[in-house]
Structure formats: C-alpha cells, structure tokens
Design a protein around this ligand. Structure first.
Ligand SMILES: *[C@@H]1O[C@H](CO)[C@@H](O)[C@H](O)[C@H]1NC(C)=O
Length: 219
C-alpha cells in the first residue's frame, strides 16, 4: 500500500512538473510516454520499486534459510556430545585369546557413553557426524603362568581396515603395557573398533585394557 501511495505521489509531482515546463521534458527517471497516456503505473520508479521489492524478498528468503541452517548447526553442536570410555570388564576368562581369526575386543565395562555412539556388546563406535575424532586405546597383559611369553597384537580398525596397532612379542617381560592415540577423520556411519589379531592373547588384569574416544569437532 505504501509503495502504491508513494508511486502515486511521484506520478503527481512528475505530472505537475511536466505541466509547469511544457517545452523541456526531463525524462531521465520518468516514463514520459505513459505519463501522457495516463497509465496507472506511469513512473519508471514504479518498475524500479518493483525490482527492489523482488530483490528484497529474495534476500530475506536467503537470510531466513541461512538462519534456520545455522540454528540446526547450533543444535547439533551444542545439543549432542560424543564421548565414550570402556574397559574389559573381567568376565570368566583370565586370558582373552588366542583365537584362530581376528576378533573385536569386547570393552564391555562402559563408564562413559555420551551420545550412545559406542556399542558395548560389539565394541564398535559408529560416527553420527562427519568430523575429526580422537581415539585412544591402552593394552595391558600380565603373564599368568611360568614359561608363557608376551604375544599381543591389537589394531584399531576403521570400517574393517587396520589404521594403527600395538604389539609385543618377547620372553623378557612378564607384563607389558602400551597406548596408542590418534586423530581420525570420520564420515557419518563409519565404524571404529579394536581387534585382537589371530593367535595373539591378553592375560591377567584385563581391566587395564581401555578404549576411549570422542568427537573433537564436526566438519
Ligand atoms: C568397571 O570400571 C570401573 C571404573 O574403572 C570399576 O570401578 C568397576 O569395578 C568396573 N566393573 C567391572 C565389572 O569390571
């Protein structure tokens, strides 16, 4: 309504201006032809205003889309945290392994599982967001009988492929421990777990075997 009113005012001024100066027609901003024909949208400025309002509409539309996207991002960043920590919860065995094939390590004593992305039954972490993740695992093995040797090999798997590993293969120590930490880019749905390599074993205080991880930041 405002636009129509100001357009009408412009047209009226334009018409008066033209009447007062009948010999020179300063037509730069005015559509003189339609002024003479008494058309309703007689001013060029009317078209300009029309274009401006269309442009403004598109800009507002874009801003509104950007705001709702931003809101979604903020909710996903502040509303959810992904962090877990689990250890081997000392079931009936005193040694885990050896097995004839590679086996996921069941870190089933979960003391942290924010975001519920870690599945303790399978020992698998599943990424819910594309992002950079941090993982740490510590292995500990203490020989429980004389004459045994350390024979450990664990590897961190991403979608079934080994990424990093730790191993120990000697007769000198009766107990050994090592830790591996890494930053890993993951896409939504990627799965990470720790695997005991075939023929190897962990013995003794299995509770010192810990697997933990968290989303450092989403992409
Ligand atoms: C699980 O881990 C916690 C923290 O390390 C420990 O206090 C608890 O005894 C463990 N539970 C089992 C069943 O191993």
């Amino acid at each position: 309504m405002k636009t129509t009113a100001s357009t009408a005012a412009f047209c009226l001024l334009g018409a008066l201006f033209l009447l007062s100066l009948p010999t020179t027609l300063p037509c730069d901003a005015w559509d003189c032809d339609c002024v003479f024909k008494h058309q309703r949208s007689c001013c060029c400025v009317y078209n300009k205003l029309g274009r401006l309002s269309v442009d403004t509409f598109h800009s507002l539309d874009y801003i509104s889309d950007s705001l709702s996207q931003l809101q979604e991002d903020i909710v996903s960043l502040t509303g959810e945290h992904y962090a877990f920590k689990a250890s081997i919860g000392q079931p009936s065995y005193r040694c885990f392994g050896p097995f004839t094939r590679n086996v996921p390590v069941p870190y089933n004593n979960v003391t942290l599982n924010d975001g519920r992305a870690y599945n303790p039954a399978l020992g698998i972490f599943t990424a819910r967001f594309d992002g950079i993740y941090s993982f740490t695992f510590t292995t500990y093995s203490n020989l429980i009988a004389p004459g045994m040797r350390q024979y450990v090999q664990l590897q961190l798997m991403k979608n079934g492929e080994p990424v990093v590993g730790v191993w120990e293969d000697n007769r000198e120590d009766s107990e050994d421990s090592s830790t591996q930490e890494l930053l890993l880019p993951l896409e939504r749905g990627d799965q990470v777990y720790i695997e005991l390599v075939a023929g190897r074993y962990l013995c003794g205080d299995l509770k010192y075997n810990v697997f933990s991880g968290f989303l450092l930041y989403p992409n």
